[in-house]
Ligand binder design. Sequence first.
Ligand SMILES: Cc1cc2nc3c(=O)[nH]c(=O)nc-3n(C[C@H](O)[C@H](O)[C@H](O)COP(=O)(O)O)c2cc1C
Length: 296
Amino acid sequence: MQRRDFFKMGISCIGAVALAKKSQALEYYPMPSEKKWAVIYSTWCGSSRDAAVWISEGLGGIADVYDVRENPDLSGFDNIIIGGSIRSSATSQDLQNYISSNKALLKLKVRGLFAVCGNMGNPVGPQQTVTFIDNHLAKLCDVSDKPSKVFLGRITKSLMDPQTAAAMAGAQDYDNLKRSECMAFGNQVLQTVASAVNAETALPQDMDLAQNYPNPFNPSSTIAYSLNRPGNVLLQIYDTNGRTVRTLLNAGQSSGRYHINWDGRDDLGNSVSSGAYYYAIQFNNQTLTRKMLKVK
Ligand SMILES: Cc1cc2nc3c(=O)[nH]c(=O)nc-3n(C[C@H](O)[C@H](O)[C@H](O)COP(=O)(O)O)c2cc1C
C-alpha cells in the first residue's frame, strides 16, 4: 500500500468514526414489547423506505423494517404496518402481489397503513386517504378502520430508471417528506395497539385457544377452545404464506368449551403436505393464533 493510500485510509477511518459517533447520537429508548412488530414498505426511489424507518422510530425502534421485495415471512410478527409509494394512483405491483399472497395473515396482523404520494405538491387531504388507503391498501389487506396516514414524499430524478427520468424531465425534484410526521404516525399506531391491549387485559378474555393435540400430527389433530360469552366463531387453518387452507368453523356458538378435529385436509378435501400451519380463531373482534406441524 502506498503512503498516500495509507493516508487516505486514515482519513476515511476518521470519517467512519465520526459517522459512527454521529449515528450513536440517534439514541432509541425502545418501549418494552413482547410483541414482534414489522414495518413493510415498497418504494421506487426511497421515500417510503425513509418513511418506514421513521415510522419504526416513532414506535420506539421496536420494529423490523423490510422492503417488500425481501418477501418477509409474516409468521413471526404480531403487529404489522404496511404501505408504499404511489405511482399512477397505486402502490407497486410487488406490494400488491405480496399483500394478496399474504392476505390472511395481514388481515389478522395489520395495525396501520400508509401511503407516500406527490399530490402535485398540494397538501394531502381526505381524498388521498379515500383513494390510497380506503379504496386501495385497506381493500387489498381486507381490513377497515385501521390507523392510516398519507404522506407527501420526494422526487429524486437521479434515482429513477432512465425511462422514468426522461418522462419526468420537465419536473423539478422535491422533498416534502417529514420525519416528524412519520414518527407521529408510528407513535399513534403504537398507542392504539397499547390501549387495545390494556382494554383486553382489563376485561376478562372472551376466549381461549389451546395448543392442538397431538402436535406434531399425522393425519389429524384436535383443536380445543373455550368461549366466555356467545358470539360468532371463525376457525381457520392457514399455510405459512397466509393462505386459507381450510375453514373449520364459521358459526354462532354459546359460551362453553369446544373441540374440533382437523383431518389434515384442505377445503377441497385434499390431504395437505407436511409442514407448518397456523390455526386462528376470530371471535368478538379478537383473534388468537397458534402454530402446528404436520409430519409425514
Ligand atoms: C412515474 C411517477 C408517477 C407518479 N404518480 C403519482 C400519482 O399518481 N399520484 C401522486 O400523488 N403522486 C404520484 N407520484 C409521486 C410519488 O408518489 C412521490 O414522489 C413519492 O414520494 C415517490 O416515492 P419513492 O421515492 O418511494 O419512489 C408519481 C411519481 C412518479 C415518478
